[in-house]
Design a protein around this ligand. Sequence first.
Ligand code: AMP
Length: 143
Amino acid sequence: MTVARILAVKGRDVFTTQPHRTLQETARLLASKGIGAVVVTGADGQVLGIISERDIVRALAEGGAPALDDAVSSHMTSEVFTASSSTCIHDIMERMTHSRFRHVPVVEGERLAGLISIGDVVKHRIAEIETEHRALREYIATA
Ligand code: AMP
């Protein structure tokens, strides 16, 4: 199964922030949308980084409450692993497990085209396993 299949169901909207925004603004965005990470984009919409709740927690642990005024650019991850619509979900699952992150932006050309979270991957993997399970039961019942 590919990324395109998941995006067809969940949609392609991605919440973004900009490098000059503060951690406080980003934390508010994460809380209000009920999400764990936002993609950091530049003026042309290009992906500059990603910042997740873990980055904010780390900044607070190191700098205390004043860190909430820091710019997103100081705490985001700049080397972002991205996928394309044709990337296989299994490859994303492997990379998430190996590199210990839970969000993968989808990029087409230079443009942001969606975001796959670990929740999306797990949901689709469960659906896949249930389909296989049903097929096996039907096969056994008719054998
Ligand atoms: P997460 O598990 O997504 O909350 O992220 C854990 C850490 O990995 C944070 O430092 C994020 O900035 C970073 N991170 C999240 N997603 C990615 C990604 N796709 N590529 C590189 N780093 C990421």
